[in-house]
Write a protein that binds this ligand. Sequence first.
Ligand code: ADE
Length: 229
Amino acid sequence: MRIDIITVVPELLEGPFSASIMKRAADKGIAEVHLHNLRDYSSDNYNSVDDYAFGGGAGMVMSIGPIDRCIKTLKEERKYDEVIYMSPDGHQLDQALSNQLSLKENLIILAGHYKGVDERVREHLVTMEISIGDYVLSGGELAAAVLADSVIRLLPGVLNDETSALTDSFQDGLLAPPVYTRPAEYNGWEVPEILRSGNLKGIEQWRHDQSVERTKKKRPDLYKKYSSD
Ligand code: ADE
């Protein structure tokens, strides 16, 4: 998979993809993330990528020209499945959407800044708008990193244990069960007996029951959906 991220602050995105699991995905050739500085596509000597809003009002608006030129340049090289704009008013990201995007080959993600982008970018260039939650970040970069991470970790071969993404919270509509490691007893706090029993069927049942209990308690909205399916 290839993900191209268009941004005015590429520095914000260098960290998340240069360590740990995202780096491993790149080193193994499973996922490439390319950062593009929108200022490189400006048409003036000031490298400007924004302008005042027609009709007045506070805040600058990202111009369509540099965004269009950047997307066009990328599309000349390869076909893209989606051009995603990160925005708090987009479709809210969840595990099902990450799963769906992990099946794609090439994605462009546009990280917005300032007061937003010229609406014509959304109307004519973008195919999908995604929010990572009902709160406003100072730019779309961190949201783009969250989206790319949630997608890349699902690609086969990225996680060491092939099954571990399958047992994540939300994959079956439930939160993940509790996990423990050694020591079996610490300060008198004990690891549940069943997990030390070697009874694989019993452990599987216990984990499922814990998942259901935890979801019921912490996310009644998810539990309602799960129990009605
Ligand atoms: N840009 C600013 N806030 C955002 C959010 N919550 N999700 C996606 N992009 C954003």
